[in-house]
Design a protein around this ligand. Structure first.
Ligand SMILES: O=C(COP(=O)(O)O)NO
Ligand code: NA
Ligand SMILES: [Zn+2]
Length: 311
């Protein structure tokens, strides 16, 4: 069934497990993810960036938002696991409104690059509009470094737990993404991976709401290796080590944004298939090879984060 993201995350927050939020840009990733969640009997959060909406609508953001709502609801309404659709990194008012209008379960207002007072003001405004439409809201405090779609920040600026308390109280935001050292994409961390667990613990104590980890992909070596075996150039790719991810969940992270791990799995499957099947040109077959590995990563992550069996 199609639900509000908040319903999924409140339960996860109470029981200290996490639900991955999987980014999609097309139908194939959605089907791979849905199959994995059904097999694992897990709640499912599908999320799309503004770039994904523009891509699906071929430039028209209302069509793009409608496309994802229709695609997700078509299947969500006929299965017995809870499924939510979330706008990831909503930075522009028109995308946030298009998502609310189309029927998204939740929206992120990402004003994290702006000064605290401005982030607070913008978030408060979006919360008022979204809540009036029964839509829940995610916001971000502090900044991730790294690049994904058009989400770029030079250095990561870590969250201030005291500010997080004020921010949550003043805005009424439903779930919060505290920057604790992760970054988007396949090339995280300059040296050793280190996340600020103390800071995360404080934010949870002070805000007591579901928390979100962005840039949470682990950049799984076996998939990187396969992709490179068949011609990919991913030198230096590095993600969040799984033991550190587990610690984040124990400290109160409940939504784990996962995009890069799915992208690497897909390209590994696709490259391998194309190399081994030079005569193939049916898109359902070669895209299907990517889908298969995405489903594998999805099922492992649902199990790893404790979402399996929680539907
Ligand atoms: O934060 C993410 C995804 O992060 P990754 O690049 O680590 O998958 N989406 O909002
Ligand atoms: Na998000
Ligand atoms: Zn993110």
């Amino acid at each position: 069934m199609y639900v509000n993201t908040k319903d999924i995350l409140e339960k996860a927050s109470k029981e200290y497990y996490a639900v991955p939020a999987f980014n999609i840009n097309n139908m194939e990733f959605f089907h791979a993810i849905l199959e994995g969640a059904l097999e694992k009997r897990a709640p499912l959060i599908i999320e799309t960036s503004e770039g994904a909406i523009k891509y699906a609508g071929n430039g028209d953001i209302f069509k793009g938002a409608r496309y994802f709502v229709e695609l997700v609801r078509l299947f969500a309404d006929s299965v017995d696991i809870p499924i939510a659709l979330h706008l990831d990194h909503g930075k522009h008012f028109e995308y946030i409104i298009a998502a609310i209008k189309a029927g998204y379960s939740s929206v992120m207002i990402d004003a994290s690059e702006k000064p605290f007072e401005e982030n607070l003001k913008e978030t408060k405004e979006i919360v008022k509009i979204a809540h009036a439409a029964g839509v829940s809201v995610e916001a971000e405090l502090g900044q991730l470094a790294g690049v994904e779609d058009n989400v770029v920040a030079a250095e990561s600026v870590l969250v201030d737990p005291e500010q997080a308390k004020i921010f949550v109280e003043e805005t009424g935001v439903d779930f919060l993404a505290p920057a604790i050292g992760t970054s988007h994409g396949a090339f995280k961390f300059k040296g050793e991976a280190k996340l600020d667990f103390e800071r995360l613990k404080k934010v949870k104590e002070l805000t007591k709401i579901p928390l979100v980890l962005h840039g949470a992909s682990s950049v799984l070596p076996e998939y990187v290796k396969m992709a490179e075996e068949y011609g990919a150039d991913l030198g230096g790719a590095k993600g969040v080590p799984e033991d550190q991810l587990k610690k984040c969940v124990e400290l109160g992270i409940n939504k784990v944004n996962t995009d890069t791990d799915l992208r690497i799995a897909f390209i590994a499957g696709l490259r391998k298939f194309l190399k081994e099947n030079p005569k193939e040109f049916d898109p359902r077959h070669y895209l299907g090879a990517g889908k298969k590995l995405v489903k594998e990563v999805v099922m492992n992550r649902l199990e790893f984060l404790g979402a399996a069996g929680k539907a």
